[in-house]
Ligand binder design. Structure first.
Ligand SMILES: Cc1ncc(COP(=O)(O)O)c(C=O)c1O
Length: 391
C-alpha cells in the first residue's frame, strides 16, 4: 500500500535533465551504436520506473538492470516495449519470470549458459547476450570457455539466440593510453566475438567514462568504433572521474551534464542556542556565540551519510551552511547564524542537500567529503524519501 507523505523532505527527479543528459551522451556516439542506459539499483536511486519510462519514450535500444527483480519492476511499472538486459548472475529459478516479463539475460558464465539450455523447454527460444571477462575479473566468460560455449549454443538447436556480446571496462579512465588496460579489453572482446562467429550481433562496452573518454581521446582509433554504450552515472549528471579527463572532455562534462536528483529536506525547527551550548549526540559541536540553528528532516536513515557530521554543507537561499554536530537517524542540524535577526528564513522552508543547479553542491562533492563515489550517495537515498518527478 502506498502511504502518503506528510513531511516535505523529498528527492526531486528532473525529466528534462535526464533527457538532456541522454541526448548529450548519444551525441558522442556514431550512428548505429547501441545505447543501453543503466537503470539498475532503482536507476541509481532516481526511481527506475520513472526514469525507465522517460528513457523508453526517448528511444533507447535497451535498459540495463542487475537483477531479474528489477526487470520485473520495470515491466510492471509500464516499461512495455523496450528491451531489458539483466546483467546480474541469473539464478535458474528465475527463468519463468524472465520469459513472462520478456527480459534478456546477459549470460556471464558457462554454468549459467548450460543451465539455461537445460531448463528451456524444447519449444521455447530465448534471446541472450553473452558477457566476456576481458580483464575486470568480475563477471564474464573467459577464453577457456569459448569451445564449450560454441558446443552449448549448437546443442541448443537455435533455442538460445545470441543477440549481443559485451564486456565491462575496469579502468575506462586509461582509454586514451595506447596499450592500457582498456585497449587490451577491447582487443580481447573483438577476438572473442569473431572466434564465436557472432559478427552481426549488438556489441556494447562503454560505461560513462568510456563513452566520454573515447570521444575526446580515441574516436579516431578504429578498434574503438562501433561499440555500444551503457552509461550510468553520467546519465544522472555526475562524473566522479572528472579529474582524470583531459581538458576538452572536462569542458564538455561541465557544460553539458546536469544533475538529475536534488535532495531537499524540510527545515522543521529553527531555534536559538546560547554561546557554549552543545548540539546533537555526544555534544560534538559547541556554539561559539548565541545564534540560530536549524533542524532539517533528513538523517542517515534517509541516506544522508553520518560521516558528514560536522563536515557536510547544505544550501539555503543559495548560501552554503555547515552541518553541525552528529547527523542523526532522522535529522541533521545546521548552523543558521547568518540568519540571526533576519526573518527571511522560516520553519517549513526547504534545504538543498545536493543537486542544486549550477553544480554548486553536487553529489560528487558530497561523496568526496566522505571518501566515496557519487554512486554510493545516490543509491543510498532510502525509500523514506519520496521521489518526485519535476519538469
Ligand atoms: C555492467 C555495467 N555496465 C555499465 C555500468 C555503468 O557504469 P557507469 O555508471 O560508470 O557509467 C555499470 C555500472 O556499474 C555496470 O555494472
Amino acid at each position: 500500500m502506498k502511504v502518503d507523505s506528510f513531511r516535505k523532505s523529498r528527492s526531486e527527479i528532473s525529466r528534462s535533465r535526464l533527457v538532456n543528459n541522454l541526448r548529450a551522451l548519444k551525441s558522442l556516439q556514431d550512428p548505429g551504436e547501441v545505447i543501453c542506459p543503466m537503470v539498475k539499483c532503482n536507476a541509481y536511486g532516481h526511481d527506475a520506473v520513472l526514469c525507465g519510462k522517460w528513457l523508453e519514450a526517448e528511444g533507447v535500444d535497451a535498459l540495463g538492470v542487475a537483477l531479474v527483480e528489477e526487470g520485473i519492476e520495470l515491466r510492471q511499472g509500464g516499461v512495455d516495449d523496450c528491451e531489458i538486459l539483466v546483467f546480474g548472475v541469473m539464478p535458474p529459478t528465475a527463468l519463468a519470470a524472465v520469459q513472462t516479463y520478456r527480459l534478456t539475460p546477459v549470460v556471464s558464465s558457462l554454468s549459467e549458459l548450460s543451465e539455461l539450455a537445460k531448463s528451456l523447454s524444447p519449444a521455447a527460444a530465448l534471446k541472450i547476450h553473452l558477457k566476456f571477462d576481458t580483464g575486470m575479473n568480475r563477471l564474464g566468460l573467459k577464453r577457456d570457455d569459448l569451445g564449450q560455449v560454441k558446443r552449448v549454443l549448437a546443442d541448443s538447436g537455435q533455442r538460445l539466440v545470441v543477440t549481443g556480446v559485451c564486456s565491462h571496462l575496469a579502468c575506462a579512465e586509461d582509454l586514451g593510453q595506447p596499450n592500457g588496460m582498456s585497449d587490451e579489453q577491447v582487443h580481447r572482446l573483438s577476438e572473442f566475438q569473431s572466434e564465436l562467429g557472432l559478427g552481426g550481433v549488438q556489441r556494447h562496452l562503454l560505461n560513462s567514462t568510456g563513452l566520454v573518454g573515447r570521444k575526446f581521446l580515441a574516436t579516431s582509433r578504429p578498434e574503438w568504433r562501433g561499440w555500444g554504450a551503457r552509461p550510468g552515472i553520467a546519465l544522472y549528471g555526475c562524473f566522479d572521474d572528472f579529474d582524470l579527463l583531459n581538458e576538452p572532455a572536462q569542458k564538455w562534462v561541465k557544460q553539458t551534464l546536469q544533475p538529475v536528483m536534488s535532495v531537499l529536506a524540510e527545515l522543521v525547527m529553527i531555534k536559538r542556542v546560547e554561546a557554549g551550548e552543545r548540539v546533537s549526540y555526544g555534544g560534538t559541536w559547541r556554539a561559539p556565540a548565541t545564534g540560530l540553528i536549524g533542524i532539517a528532516a533528513l538523517g542517515y536513515g534517509d541516506g544522508y551519510p553520518r560521516l558528514l557530521s560536522n563536515r557536510g554543507t547544505a544550501l539555503i537561499q543559495n548560501q552554503r551552511v555547515p552541518v553541525i554536530g552528529r547527523v542523526c537517524m532522522d535529522y541533521t542540524i545546521l548552523d543558521l547564524s547568518r540568519w540571526n535577526g533576519d526573518q527571511t528564513l522560516r520553519e517549513g522552508d526547504l534545504v538543498n542537500f545536493w543537486g542544486d543547479s549550477g553544480g554548486r553542491l553536487g553529489a560528487v562533492e558530497v561523496a568526496q567529503q566522505v571518501g566515496t563515489i557519487s554512486y554510493e550517495i545516490l543509491t543510498g537515498i532510502s525509500r523514506r524519501i519520496p521521489r518526485v518527478a519535476v519538469d
